[in-house]
Design a protein around this ligand. Structure first.
Ligand SMILES: Nc1ncnc2c1ncn2[C@@H]1O[C@H](COP(=O)(O)OP(=O)(O)OP(=O)(O)O)[C@@H](O)[C@H]1O
Ligand SMILES: C=C(C)CCOP(=O)(O)O
Length: 257
């Protein structure tokens, strides 16, 4: 199974509130549809798509002071953030359906929760069954119920990490607006194995972002057992065809702290 995150920075104009990058989303969904068609719909035993927020969700969350740790108990605020993410989810689904991809929505706000320590629980049985039945579940960064905090933000990157941990996932790809993780001279770093090696060059997103940008992304992926790739839209087709474009985030070896 492949878990693919379409970064919000890749499919929206992240610095203009609630603005889709329709051309980029077309390119992304073209690549997904072509990869599925080339494998008669099987694509390495299934595909799960997660998309981020970009200019949907982050601005709303920021206005309401909601982050991954600071929550809200105001249903109106919660629905504002969740509604923005559902709007973007609708655009992603529509473009996939137009290309005959059997995409269906899974909204984390309706299914996931955090405990008081912030640990995320995302039931995956529904997702597994959807994949087995030939669907492409499309999840998204969202709000989730958070014990003691109301509702907090969950990033698409966190969802990818949980899916990779709890499902039989073979490959993980994060398609963003950058061609990979960049070093101090803006060259793509081929492989990252420890956070410390790259901490100095990792930053937040240039645009409004409540979930930590590239630094949080690398941290979440380094916690996984398998490898993950971070790459740009131009390399999405290559990733889906089996290549490892951009930056590979390699897991820690067993026993290493
Ligand atoms: N060393 C780095 N290499 C590449 N990008 C970096 C680096 N440091 C910070 N960034 C920022 O991280 C951004 C990518 O993270 P971001 O969270 O915006 O991506 P995304 O997952 O595509 O979007 P979203 O979070 O909206 O889904 C880049 O656009 C850049 O602004
Ligand atoms: C801001 C919200 C609601 C979700 C953000 O998800 P991300 O763009 O994957 O970090």
């Amino acid at each position: 199974m492949i878990v693919l995150k379409l970064g919000g920075s890749a499919i929206t104009e992240k610095d203009r509130p609630e603005t889709l990058d329709g051309e980029a989303l077309d390119r992304a969904t073209d690549a997904v549809a072509a990869a599925l068609e080339a494998t008669d719909g099987s694509l390495a035993d299934g595909l799960v798509i997660v998309h981020g927020g970009g200019s949907f969700g982050h601005h709303n969350a920021s206005e309401h002071g909601v982050t991954t740790t600071e929550g809200t108990h105001d249903a109106g605020a919660a629905l504002d953030v969740h509604g923005a993410m559902k709007t973007l989810n609708g655009f992603v689904l529509q473009r996939l359906l137009e290309r005959d991809v059997q995409a269906v929505p899974v909204h984390p706000f309706s299914t996931a929760a955090r405990d008081a320590d912030g640990r995320l629980d995302l039931p995956t049985g529904q997702i597994e069954t959807l994949v087995e039945e030939g669907f492409v579940p499309v999840l998204h960064g969202d709000l989730v119920a958070h014990a003691g905090a109301g509702a907090t933000v969950v990033s698409g990157d966190e969802l990818v990490a949980v899916l990779a941990r709890d499902l039989a996932v073979d490959r993980i790809g994060l398609c963003s607006t950058v061609p990979g993780v960049l070093d101090e001279t803006d060259e793509v770093i081929d492989e990252i194995t420890t956070y410390e090696d790259v901490a100095a060059v990792l930053g937040e997103s240039d645009a409004t972002d409540v979930t930590g940008g590239m630094a949080a992304k690398v941290r979440a992926l380094l916690d996984l057992e398998g490898e993950a790739s971070i790459f740009g839209l131009e390399d999405l087709g290559a990733f889906l065809a089996g290549d490892e474009p951009g930056t590979t985030i390699a897991s820690r070896t067993v026993g290493e702290s």
